[in-house]
Ligand binder design. Sequence first.
Ligand SMILES: [Zn+2]
Length: 326
Amino acid sequence: MARGKFALGCDVGATKVSVSVGVEPGVILDRITDRTYRMRNPKDLVSELRRMIADITEKNNLDISDCMGLGVAFAGFTDSRNGVIVASPNLEGWDNTPLKQILQDTLGVAVRVENDANVGAYGEYRHGGSVAGTDFLYVTLSTGIGGGLIIGGVPYEGDNGVAGEIGHTVVIPDGPKCGCGKQGCLEAVASGLAIERIANERMKRERTSLNDRAAEGKIDARTVFEEARNGDPLSSEIVDTACRYLGLSIANAVMLLSLSSVVIGGGMAREGEYLRRKVEHYMRKGIAGGPNENAKLHISKKPLEVVDIGALQLVFDSSGGKGGKD
Ligand SMILES: [Zn+2]
């Protein structure tokens, strides 16, 4: 016998896509992720989603006719009112794609499409169990850097839906090229991909324990953090520089919006207190006195789940506002 009404969520990133299912707000009943997936175009995504949705519904004994809708968290600049992908710094060929319409026509369920960081901020606010309050910036640190704002308990999207995108604020004029086309964005100097790039460039000409680790496999941001913790000077320097740009950028956002809280989520949030303390050190330097000096920096308690939880919540909201804030 089928379980009854359910919501579907989908997190579309540059290097993976996941589909989650929920029957009550704040809880992921099941999630499947395809990490081998490399999205080439909207048509590919639609067929991948059809396959994954068929898998997860069958696995959980769900009948698609009971689906209340699909919430999509997309890694790109998104016009959420119309469900259109405006552009994506890390995914080519998506400019002005009416993703909501395409998915609704193909899958036959109601669809909402939002920027992934905005969805993460909303998931954090509704069900993250965070002490961040009703006004905060959510920063997602992973392959790229995203950001979403909750102001007065509701997502703040700005004039064109991309408010909070701290990753694409410029921190080094004429700095490294960013996926968005600009130079010197925060994402280009402090994201997981940036840390990986900088480490791989520098280890070619400097003596570092990263060279020993290279024999085990690819040097990525995770390895650099591990070696920084182990005391490798080059890794420590790379991590510290990234945290400096992050901390100062976060301080600027706190000053601009007079925020009392900032929450870090995403894959890099697994570095926990080690990361938080370093970023907070530079955040404090950037604030230094005044009414915002008590602003707090938190690590999300559910850094890898709030996007899926937020995507599912979009569906529960559209289906009659089921559930309150945890
Ligand atoms: Zn950029």
